[in-house]
Design a protein around this ligand. Structure first.
Ligand SMILES: [Zn+2]
Length: 98
């Protein structure tokens, strides 16, 4: 199973939001490849509590309803802007990167 993580830099304004959800703002991603400047977050590796928290925080931040955000997350959609992000690449994916 993939264990890749996107690590949001402490310098990035998003750090404060994400560190409330996951320790040290280390977010699970599906694979270490950015598409159109975004990594694909992996909601299946988040708890229900974390998902609810993301929806609450992002709802305030982006001024969209919590329900709308939850709907996307339930579909497995959780885009993470690649800017100011470093990666921790899992054993499964490190072989594809060489
Ligand atoms: Zn991986």
């Amino acid at each position: 199973m993939c264990e890749c993580e996107a690590i949001i830099s402490k310098e990035d304004p998003r750090y404060e939001l994400w560190r409330q959800v996951v320790p040290n703002a280390h977010l699970p991603i599906k694979h270490p490849i950015a598409k159109n400047g975004f990594y694909e977050g992996d909601p299946s590796r988040l708890t229900e509590e974390q998902i609810q928290l993301i929806a609450t925080l992002c709802s305030k931040k982006f001024n969209i309803t919590k329900e709308e955000i939850l709907k996307d997350i339930r579909k497995g959609i959780l885009p993470i802007k690649a800017e100011n992000v470093s990666l921790s690449i899992c054993d499964l994916h490190i072989r594809c990167m060489v």
